[in-house]
Structure formats: structure tokens, C-alpha cells
Design a protein around this ligand. Structure first.
Ligand code: XIL
Length: 380
């Protein structure tokens, strides 16, 4: 059961917001200026139940670097205002991936992630760390380095200790391992450099090293294509308790949720989350977006937008219904910066706001679902 927002908590939360872009000064908090015309009560974070974080990816790096606009998080003032106003959890879209944060063997690039963490602290937001152990977006120096097994192991350990250690106490949840299984439930033994070179036992070490570096952070597996009950989600259901029985510090299972209206909604999402909850695990939705078929230059139909809204709503309802599904994140909140049209030819419009930040039916679906999840708001 999600706990309702108490009056005291709501007042405290709003009082602790400070303007986007203003550096955090310890102990000093001022009210956040809302984007023009937007009341603080008219935001997702305000209506969310107190024990459910509502998050978004923070646009930057990755596909953004090939687009014509400057870094959204750094330069788009309205983007920053809405990021602060609407969400109480943020996930770096690319800024903690190996190729970004660790561009050369002896070089770390922390400035952008530091700025996100500072922004989050200033605006009373938690942070999800993404990611430490993945087959994708690794730098060439790593993938093509011809390192010995001992060297690779040392490189991974040093990376995890350095990155997790730097943000210890400031990152609530970590996607430690991302996308380690194939669709048939077998481990990615060819494309994941760590598993291929060091064997599956290295997965446990990654969690152990992350835990050593920040004992308070909650440590997750994260994957796509695991919304429903299938071979891949079954593989996690088998793996996680086995690791825990060996004393490996795994706290949760996270479902990305990159959905398309081309396919039916995964109607067993709640049941799937529940079976992980039943094992005593935390769960999360970490990267929800719902893409649709759009011909270039044409607007989606009302029916398409309604269908998209129903997918957002059902995904959120599934999380709300599961006790320890405490974190619900969308993978960007405006179509202006979404990765979808760049990665999925002919598909787009996957987020909850148009390019100009006006709200789509999917935004209203989330807002209403959150409101219904926290009865008693009228007491505020
Ligand atoms: C995507 C980003 O949104 C893009 O900017 C980047 O170019 C590629 O990666 N699963 C994940 C995310 O775990 O990290 C991916 O993010 C989307 C799929």
C-alpha cells in the first residue's frame, strides 16, 4: 500500500526546493520557482504517494551529441525548470556510462554527473545511478584493449569503487548490472566483455564492490523485455535469490519498460513485479517510454495518443499496486529530446510532453493515476 502524502511532508518538500541551476549551499533551501503558469500542486511529484519516487532520465550525452541542439540539461532553462518541478528522482541518461564517465583508462569525466547530483540535492530529488556493468556504450580503449583477465578485473573493480565511491550517500539506487541476459534467458556471454572474459562469477563481484563503496545504496539488476513473465524475467527470478543465498548484496529488480503501441501492453506486468516482490526484493520501473508509428511531419491521431496514455497508465498502476515498487521513472519527459526517433526508424512521440512542454494525454494519465494512488490529498 502506498502511503499518502502528509501535510507536513508536502509542506516540507515544497519548502526544500530551490531554483534550478543555483548551486546547493548546505542547509539553505528556498522555494523553487515554478515554470510560468504552473502551480506546484499541478506536478507529478506533488501528487505522487510519499513512498513512490517519480523520476525521469536527465537528457545529455549519447544520441544528444549528434543532434543540433546544445546539451539540454546544461542549456535549456525551461527544461531544467520542469525537471525540478515535476520529478523527485533523476537518472543520468548517459552521463555515468563508461564511454562518457571513463573516456580513457586513466581519465574520468565527472563534471556533468556532479552537476546532476548538485541539481538533485538542491531540488530535493533522489538519484538513480546508471550503469556499471553493461555490454553497450563502453569505450574503445576498454573493448579493444586486449587486457589480461587480471587487468580487466582490476579495471572493473577500480571503476566501480571510484564511481560509486564518489557519489556515496548521494545515489539512492544503482543499476549495477544492465541487460545481462539474452531474450532466451541465457547470459550474454559474447557481447558482454565482463562475462565473456571473466565468467559469470564476475556479476557477484560487481555487486560486492558497489556495496563496499556505498553500503546504503540499493543495488539493482535492470533490463528491457522483462515486463512480462518470460524466459528473460524467469532467468532473473532464478538468479537473484541464488546470489542472495551466497551473500551477494542484491536489493532489487528493475524493468526498463521501453514499450511500443505496435505491440500489446504486457498485461502480466503487475504479476511479474509481484513475484519479485514476493521474494522480498525491491522493484522499479526505470526507463518507461511508449513509442508509436509516426510518419515524418504528421501528427499522431487522437486514438494513438489515447492508446499511448493507457500504456503509461497501466504501467504506473502495476507499480503502484506492488508494495515495494518504490521508483517509477520515465526515459525523458519531452519528445524534444527523446532517444526514440534516433533509434527506431518511423517511430517517435514516445514521451509525455510535446516539444514545447505542453502535456499529452499520457501526462494526464500519469497525473490522475498518481492522484488516485494517494487518497486523502484533500487533507493537505
Ligand atoms: C539510451 C539513451 O537514451 C541514448 O541517449 C543513448 O544514445 C543510447 O542509450 N536501455 C538503457 C539505456 O539501459 O541506457 C538506453 O539509453 C536505452 C535502452
Amino acid at each position: 500500500m502506498k502511503v499518502r502524502h502528509s501535510l507536513a511532508a508536502a509542506v516540507l518538500a515544497s519548502a526544500m526546493l530551490i531554483p534550478a541551476g543555483v548551486p546547493a549551499v548546505a542547509g539553505q533551501h528556498q522555494p523553487v520557482p515554478q515554470p510560468p503558469g504552473l502551480a506546484k500542486q499541478d506536478t507529478l511529484r506533488w501528487v505522487a504517494p510519499q513512498d513512490l519516487k517519480v523520476g525521469t532520465a536527465v537528457a545529455g550525452g549519447g544520441h544528444h551529441e549528434t543532434q543540433s541542439y546544445p546539451d539540454p540539461f546544461t542549456y535549456d532553462t525551461e527544461y531544467r525548470e520542469r525537471l525540478a518541478a515535476e520529478f523527485n528522482s533523476v537518472s543520468p541518461e548517459n552521463q555515468l556510462k563508461w564511454e562518457y564517465v571513463h573516456p580513457a583508462r586513466d581519465t574520468y569525466r565527472f563534471a556533468e554527473m556532479d552537476a546532476i547530483v548538485e541539481f538533485a540535492q538542491a531540488n530535493n530529488q533522489v538519484v538513480r545511478g546508471h550503469t556499471l556493468f553493461w555490454h553497450s556504450q563502453n569505450p574503445a580503449w576498454l573493448e579493444e584493449g586486449n587486457f589480461s583477465k587480471d587487468e580487466l578485473r582490476a579495471i572493473l573493480k577500480e571503476h566501480i569503487q571510484t564511481v560509486v565511491g564518489r557519489y556515496a550517500g548521494k545515489i539512492q539506487q544503482w543499476d549495477v548490472a544492465n541487460e545481462i541476459f539474452n531474450g532466451d534467458g541465457t547470459l550474454r556471454t559474447t557481447d558482454n566483455i565482463w562475462i565473456r572474459e571473466l565468467g559469470p562469477e564476475i556479476i557477484a563481484d560487481a555487486f560486492r564492490w558497489a556495496h563496499e563503496a556505498d553500503p546504503k545504496a540499493k543495488l539493482f539488476f535492470n533490463d528491457y523485455g522483462v515486463e512480462g513473465i518470460n524466459a528473460k524475467s524467469n532467468a532473473y527470478l532464478e538468479l537473484i535469490p541464488r546470489l542472495q543465498a551466497e551473500g551477494v548484496p542484491v536489493d532489487g529488480f528493475a524493468i526498463q519498460g521501453h514499450l511500443s503501441t505496435r505491440y500489446g501492453f504486457p498485461g502480466d506486468l503487475q504479476q511479474n513485479l509481484q513475484r519479485f516482490d514476493d521474494l522480498g526484493l525491491e522493484t522499479a520501473i526505470t526507463e518507461l517510454d511508449v513509442r508509436m508509428d509516426v510518419a515524418r511531419g504528421t501528427a499522431p491521431t487522437a486514438a494513438q495518443l489515447e492508446k499511448q496514455a493507457s500504456y503509461y497508465q497501466r504501467a504506473l498502476e502495476a507499480c503502484v499496486a506492488v508494495d515495494e515498487c518504490n521508483s517509477f521513472t520515465i526515459w525523458g519527459f519531452t519528445d524534444k529530446y527523446s532517444w526514440v526517433p534516433v533509434f527506431f526508424a518511423g517511430e517517435g512521440e514516445a514521451t509525455v510532453m510535446w516539444d514545447d512542454y505542453t502535456r499529452k494525454p499520457s501526462y494526464h494519465a500519469l497525473q490522475e493515476t498518481l492522484e488516485q494512488a494517494s487518497p486523502g490529498r484533500g487533507n493537505r
